[in-house]
Design a binder for this molecule. Structure first.
Ligand code: PMP
Length: 431
């Protein structure tokens, strides 16, 4: 596969953009080599600037659940843009959108739109602190909640891929307010709450972790966390930036029967446009300015083009059978990948919930940060490049989730599995 044009662009990019990319994990630091520059996406397929084609299992890191350039979303974007790209003032679309989000997620009684997941999580923490009058927060090791200062403590995703300690530039006084516990360990939360519960505003968690690769909550874990939060007056913030509208129409909270106090959203909810949201209990959300004293704002918040894309996306996902189909295709991929790894005698553990999936290069179970770190990242890198060479675009890090889209059908599954057969066998020989 020739990547001459990508390489030339990357050389130029590195001169003017830090690391040559506008978000760290795109730089292939987790797998080695240079990133691929893309020209076009259509349905399940991406075409790079050298004309190579790939089945896309990244989907822009989650938003593209309907595939690339899904026609009803493209039409909605064009139509909205023709009426003006931004008003900085209220419009009808955002009211319809808020009503639709609240109807889809019953725990969300009021919602505020923002422009990214990071904005949503930063705002949710501020509201939780403002509402409770407490300053500490609890997060879970390996969970990533965006690049906000309170979260760059034992964060997964790009922070993990780059092997960075917690980021310079985050004041230590602020970082000290972020407590951490291992994922899937209720006893640890119990200990922390017993000692410091009255100082903790909220616990924020990815209900299914995507940012350490996929980690699956043990049965009863999320319910237990919710009960502990209630007992100690700690708000539960479910970060559904990845899982919202993906694991079920009503997100992980629908799948696991949870009722979080606050929910953060982005990715799927914006249909591929820059849009995020946070919402939850009415009494908490009424603290947000101008209804209440907790300040949060945004020039492009509720942007009419982004809202039009989000509305078109959520409406398409309401079609009957959507999530059953996504589950079926994702299961075919999981079963097929596992079979190919076995046939090539490459030990792997595949974690999957719905359309989020990670192939960990370890034969041991992976259920938290420590067990995920046992995976062989060098082997993952070899696998990644072998798959890329066969026309499959995987997330370029062992510690990221692959996302399956509704554009992936049986031909694409067959393409991925044929690629995986070759890729696992090439590892089998060198491993
Ligand atoms: N929360 C979670 C769970 C995420 O996965 C991400 C991004 N991958 C974020 C928050 C931050 O979202 P954004 O990149 O849109 O700021």
């Amino acid at each position: 596969m020739n990547h001459a044009h990508s390489q030339a662009l990357f050389a130029r990019a590195q001169a003017r953009i830090p690391g040559g990319v506008n978000s760290p994990v795109r730089a292939f630091r987790g797998v080695g080599g240079d990133p691929v520059f893309f020209r076009e996406g259509a349905g399940a397929w991406l075409t790079d600037v050298d004309g190579n084609r790939y089945v896309d299992l990244v989907g822009s890191w989650g938003p593209l659940i309907l595939g690339h350039a899904y026609p009803p979303i493209v039409d909605a974007i064009i139509e909205a843009a023709r009426r003006g790209s931004s008003f900085g003032a209220p419009h009808a679309g955002e009211v319809e959108f808020a009503e639709l989000i609240c109807a889809t997620m019953p725990a969300v009684e009021m919602v505020r739109l923002v422009s990214s997941g990071t904005e949503a999580t930063v705002a949710a923490i501020r509201v939780a602190r403002g509402f409770t009058g407490r300053e500490h927060i609890l997060k879970f090791e390996g969970c990533f909640h965006g690049a906000g200062d309170p979260f760059l403590v034992k964060a997964g995703s790009g922070v993990e891929t780059l092997g960075l300690p917690d980021s310079p530039g985050v004041p230590s006084a602020l970082a000290k307010l972020t407590l951490t516990a291992p994922f899937n360990d209720l006893a640890a939360v119990e200990r922390i709450f017993a000692e410091k519960g009255q100082d903790i505003a909220c616990a924020i968690i990815e209900p299914v972790v995507g940012n350490m690769g996929v980690l699956v909550p043990r049965p009863g874990y999320l319910e237990g966390l919710q009960a502990l939060c209630q007992k100690h007056g700690v708000l539960l913030v479910l970060d559904e930036v990845m899982t919202g509208f993906r694991l079920a129409r009503g997100g992980a909270q629908e799948l696991y029967g949870l009722k979080p106090d606050l929910t953060t959203m982005a990715k799927v909810v914006g249909g591929g446009m820059p849009l995020g949201a946070y919402g939850g209990r009415r009494d908490i959300m009424e603290k947000v300015a101008p209804a209440g004293p907790v300040y949060q704002s945004g020039t492009l918040s509720g942007n009419p083009v982004a809202v039009a894309a989000g509305l078109a996306c959520l409406k398409a996902l309401a079609a009957p059978g959507t999530y059953a189909r996504l589950e079926e295709v994702s299961r075919m991929l999981e079963v097929g990948l596992l079979a190919e790894a076995k046939a090539a005698e490459v030990p792997v553990t595949i974690n999957r919930v719905g359309s989020m999936l990670t192939v960990f290069f370890t034969g041991e179970p992976v259920y938290d940060y420590t067990s995920a770190k046992q995976a062989d990242t060098a082997r993952f890198g070899e696998f990644f490049h072998a798959m890329l060479n066969e026309g499959v675009y995987l997330p370029p890090s062992q510690f990221e989730a692959a996302f399956v889209s509704l554009a992936i059908g049986e031909p694409e599954v067959a393409h991925v599995l044929a690629a995986a057969r070759k890729a696992f066998r090439s590892l089998g020989k060198t491993g």
